[in-house]
Design a protein around this ligand. Structure first.
Ligand SMILES: [Zn+2]
Length: 240
C-alpha cells in the first residue's frame, strides 16, 4: 500500500514573553535525533536464521526511540510501519531505490537534527563474520566521534572489539548535514548474532547501548540551521 506521510512538525511561533531560561529550555526540548530503520515494504533487506532485516531494524528503532525520548530528545523516525521511504515525499526520480535514499536524506535535512542513526542488519558469505559495525562519512569529524562512542557501547554488549569504519560513498552519510552513522547491529548470517537478535533481552540491551551513547555524544551539539532547498530536489520540497 502506498502511504503518503505528511511532515510531522507543527510549527508554532514562540510566545513573545518568554524569559531567557524558558527559551533555553525550549531549545533543549527541541533537540531532534532522526532514527532511520533500514529497508521496509517490498525491500526486505538481508535475511538469515529466519530473520528479516526490515523487521529487526524497525523493532530496534522503536526501542532506541523510547530510550532517547526518556533522555530528553525529540525523536523522528523515517518510518514506523512496514514501508520503504520511496513515497515519503513527492519525487520525480524514477528509480524506487534512489527515491528511497533521497527521501531518507531529505527527512534528516528537514528535521534539523543534531544526529541521525541509520539502523541496519548485516549479512556475509562468511558465516564466521559477526558483531556490530558502525560506519561514518570519511570527512565528518562529528560523524566519526558519534560512531566511536556508539561502537564502544555496542562492542560491550556484543563482546566484540570492532572499530568504527569510514566510508566515502554511502549516499546518506555523505550528504547528511549532521552527525550521521549507519549501524549494522549484527550479522543475520552468523549463528550467534542471529540467535541473540531473536531475543527481546538482547535487542533491548543493544537499543539501550545505542541510545545512551548517542544521547551523550550529541548532548552539546547545536541544532543546525533550516535546510535550504537545492535545485535538484526543488519541485519535491516545495510541495511540503
Ligand atoms: Zn541494510
Amino acid at each position: 500500500m502506498a502511504i503518503a506521510i505528511g511532515w510531522p512538525f507543527s510549527v508554532s511561533p514562540l510566545a513573545s514573553a518568554k524569559t531567557e531560561s524558558e527559551l533555553a529550555q525550549t531549545a533543549v526540548a527541541k533537540k531532534v535525533i532522526v532514527i532511520d530503520p533500514g529497508h521496509g515494504g517490498i525491500d526486505g533487506g538481508a535475511s538469515g536464521g529466519g530473520l528479516l532485516e526490515k523487521d529487526l531494524t524497525l523493532d530496534l528503532a522503536k526501542r532506541i526511540r523510547s530510550d532517547l525520548t526518556q533522555a530528553g530528545y525529540q525523536v523522528l523516525m523515517t518510518r514506523e510501519t512496514d514501508t520503504d521511504a520511496s513515497q515519503l515525499f513527492p519525487s520525480k526520480l524514477s528509480s524506487r531505490h534512489k527515491r528511497d535514499l533521497q527521501n531518507r536524506l531529505d527527512f534528516i535535512r528537514k528535521a534539523q537534527a543534531v544526529g541521525a542513526l541509520m539502523i541496519h542488519m548485516n549479512s556475509s558469505n562468511n558465516p564466521g563474520d559477526r558483531g556490530p559495525i558502525v560506519f561514518y562519512f570519511t570527512e565528518s569529524e562529528a560523524g566519526k566521534e558519534l560512531a566511536q562512542q556508539i561502537q564502544n557501547a555496542v562492542n560491550r554488549v556484543a563482546g566484540s572489539t570492532q572499530r568504527p569504519l569510514p566510508r566515502r560513498n554511502f549516499f546518506v552519510l555523505r550528504h547528511s548535514p549532521c552527525a550521521t552513522v549507519l549501524i549494522e547491529v549484527g550479522f543475520l548470517t552468523n549463528h550467534d548474532d542471529a540467535s541473540r537478535l531473536r531475543t527481546v533481552v538482547y535487542r533491548d540491551r543493544m537499543a539501550k547501548a545505542i541510545a545512551e551513547s548517542a544521547a551523550n555524544a550529541l548532548r552539546e551539539t547545536p541544532t543546525p540551521p533550516p535546510f535550504v532547498k537545492q535545485n535538484k530536489t526543488k519541485g519535491a520540497l516545495e510541495k511540503q
